[in-house]
Design a protein around this ligand. Structure first.
Ligand SMILES: Cc1cc2nc3c(=O)[nH]c(=O)nc-3n(C[C@H](O)[C@H](O)[C@H](O)COP(=O)(O)OP(=O)(O)OC[C@H]3O[C@@H](n4cnc5c(N)ncnc54)[C@H](O)[C@@H]3O)c2cc1C
Length: 389
């Protein structure tokens, strides 16, 4: 019987959606939280634990979890491992694979493997099974428990909005902030998309008139102010092109502008989503040509572009084409490959992007992936039809 592991079902590439009579394995009941190991800054939790429950469990110890994302109230740790989720702070802490020290999983054979659940920081004894299962989208094993690295909660955080003339200028700013020790996030937004978010939230954006391009920069640590002052002085932007939020409620208010982008797109109609990575030098040319590429295949479509700029990760949302019209997203992904990027940055391949895996990774790499799949899941019961073409 084909099995489809499912956590919060917040994945955006249809990897947890059952097909052809497959049975859903709902992992949400595995939500136990073990005691926080403060000396090691680690914790073990059940795979069904939501990100929010994990964050609340570790917070009283002055610790945080290094991955955060908008779906925190429903996305589960197991789903985040399976998709190697990224999110808002990859520039500082890395993606999910960097947080996973060990895990327990049930393979397709029914064998239970426990890989470094004790959380040894150094353990070079053979293949890294936990790392392999990260990003395997439920095709190699069902994750049941996870040992996670934690990070000190920053004492203070500052959020800065910078209004800039273009995406090329935003990439220049990235080069200036990259080495700042307090850097926590760098998010990109554009004027036409912010106008849609303004309409959706029914309030004006803090920088007026809307700059062509806006960077949201979060700095966090014991004292992020010197980094902020240095950046503002170096950039020398006029006052109406910068806004600063200090403290959690004000910072959350600034973040709302970025996090409301998917909602603003959804308010317009069915959203076709691409989640892509570009090399730093390809970001501005890609953003400059993506709307024309969509327009050529779907005249009149609305295209939103926003994302985690420090990781080269852009989310392209296209609204207008029918649900089964793949042409606009195909045009976007073709453009991504032309610029040396990746067709999946952090959402995975799932069912939605399967056709692109061979183009992205090549025959030899996909053949090696198939061999791994047959070794750990010889009967092909785990999530058939997901990831591998
Ligand atoms: C508003 C919103 C914002 C988001 N923001 C981000 C973001 O910033 N960064 C990001 O990376 N993602 C983001 N996502 C996508 C999504 O939240 C992540 O992919 C998340 O990791 C999925 O977790 P889940 O528990 O919902 O997994 P599901 O959707 O249930 O499953 C996802 C995949 O993992 C497999 N799976 C689930 N649980 C297990 C398990 N225990 N063992 C083995 N396989 C399993 C499923 O079979 C499927 O292939 C966002 C989604 C939404 C709706």
């Amino acid at each position: 019987v084909a099995l489809v592991p499912q956590g919060g079902n917040t994945g955006l590439v249809a990897g947890a959606v059952p097909h052809d009579g497959a049975v859903v394995v709902d992992l949400r009941a595995l939500d136990h939280l073990e005691a926080v190991d403060v000396a090691a800054a680690q914790v073990t939790v059940g795979a069904g634990t939501t990100l929010e429950a994990l964050q609340e469990h570790v917070a009283p110890h002055g610790l945080s979890f290094g991955v955060d994302l908008g779906a925190r109230d429903s996305a589960t740790v197991g789903g985040m491992v399976a998709t190697n989720a990224g999110g808002l702070h990859v520039v500082r802490y890395g993606s999910m694979r960097s947080q996973v020290l060990g895990l327990e999983a049930v393979l397709g054979t029914g064998e239970v493997v426990a890989a470094n659940l004790g959380g040894l920081v150094k353990d070079n004894t053979g293949y890294d099974l936990a790392g392999l299962i990260c990003g395997s989208e439920g095709t190699l094993g069902i994750v049941t428990r996870v040992r996670l690295r934690l990070v000190p909660t920053p004492e203070e955080r500052l959020v800065l909005l910078l209004g800039l003339p273009s995406v090329a200028d935003a990439v220049d700013v990235l080069a200036r902030v990259r080495a700042r020790p307090t850097l926590h996030s760098v998010e990109l937004m554009r004027a036409p998309d912010l106008a849609l978010v303004e309409a959706h939230l029914d309030r004006p954006f803090p920088l007026q008139p809307l700059p062509p391009c806006v960077l949201l920069v979060e700095l966090a640590g014991a004292d992020p102010s010197p980094d902020l002052e240095r950046l503002v002085t170096e950039l020398g932007l006029p006052d109406e092109r910068t806004a600063v939020a200090e403290g959690d409620p004000a910072a959350a208010g600034m973040w709302r502008w970025r996090e409301a982008h998917p909602e603003a797109a959804a308010a317009l109609g069915l959203v076709h989503k691409a989640d892509v990575t570009l090399p730093a030098g390809g970001l501005a040319p890609f953003v400059g040509s993506v709307e024309a590429a969509v327009e050529a295949s779907a005249p009149g479509a609305t295209t939103l572009v926003y994302g985690h700029l420090a990781d080269g990760n852009l989310h392209v949302n296209v609204v207008g084409p029918d649900a089964d019209d793949d042409r606009p997203l195909d045009a976007v992904l073709e453009l991504v490959l032309g610029h040396g990027g990746s067709v999946s940055a952090e959402h995975g391949i799932g069912r939605a992007k399967r056709a692109w895996l061979l183009r992205q990774r090549g025959e030899a790499a996909v053949a090696a992936m198939r061999d791994l799949k047959s070794a750990l899941d010889p009967d092909g019961v785990l999530n058939p039809g997901v990831l591998l073409p």
